[in-house]
Design a protein around this ligand. Structure first.
Ligand code: GSH
Length: 221
């Protein structure tokens, strides 16, 4: 039995949920509040971070490592392209979203608005919200540029790069922080990935205390 310890509005957890769903791998979702530092959870991941995937006695943590494990053990459908150069591009973009986009946008907007309230660690800082709101524009334009030149973000095939980007954007969309009118290519790409069956479970998430905008679960947004 597979069990994923997760937080509903964690982009890293959503990326893994999307990967598992795309590959039609069933998993039991267990909500973990990492800020509570539960001893049994710390034993599984001393870094105290979600996602953690438990498969029998095997415990995996770090969404990048978890993805690579899933891709190696359940290769169909592939979420890394065939050639080494194309695989490097997919991994580069996944890292772009999980590092750069995360630090410049997700941490400033989502963590300020949501995580601080959930973990009771204070109030959103306006300077960070301003920085996140400024930064997201450049990132949305970059996604728009990629979609103008490629079918999917990393090339011709749907890949981990698309799921990494969509995971961050879906969390930010939940709190109304994505301007979908900014770029037609961006909107078209997100509509395409959002309408995949793999996205369904994420769109059904509801986090107490936070109501998503009406368009959040609407496939025709
Ligand atoms: N590099 C890690 C990052 C995971 C991460 O930062 N998870 C956040 C939720 S989005 C977390 O558990 N934070 C709890 C904490 O830092 O206390 C990964 O890819 O899994």
């Amino acid at each position: 039995m597979r069990r994923l310890y997760h937080q509903p509005l964690s982009p890293f957890c959503r990326k893994i949920r999307l990967v598992l769903a795309e590959k039609k791998i069933e998993v039991e979702l267990v909500e973990e509040k990492p800020w509570e530092r539960r001893m049994d959870f710390l034993r599984m991941n001393p870094a105290a971070r979600v996602p953690v995937l438990k498969i029998g006695d095997l415990v995996l943590s770090d969404s990048g490592a978890i993805f690579e494990y899933i891709e190696e053990t359940c290769p169909e459908p592939p979420l890394l392209p065939r050639t080494p150069a194309a695989r490097a591009e997919a991994r580069r973009l996944a890292a772009w979203f999980d590092d750069k986009f995360h630090d410049e946008v997700t941490a400033n907007l989502l963590y300020e608005r949501v995580n601080k309230k959930l973990a009771k660690t204070g109030y959103p800082e306006s300077e960070k919200i301003k920085a996140g709101s400024r930064n997201i524009k450049y990132h949305l334009d970059y996604i728009g540029w990629l979609t103008d030149h490629r079918r999917w973000l990393a090339g011709d095939e749907l890949s981990i790069a698309d799921f990494a980007a969509a995971a961050h954007l879906s969390c930010l969309d939940y709190v109304g922080d994505v301007d979908w009118t900014r770029n037609a290519g961006l909107h078209e790409w997100y509509a395409k990935i959002k309408s995949r069956p793999a996205f369904r479970s994420i769109l059904a998430d509801l986090v107490p205390g936070f109501t998503p905008p009406q368009h959040y679960a609407d496939l025709d947004f």
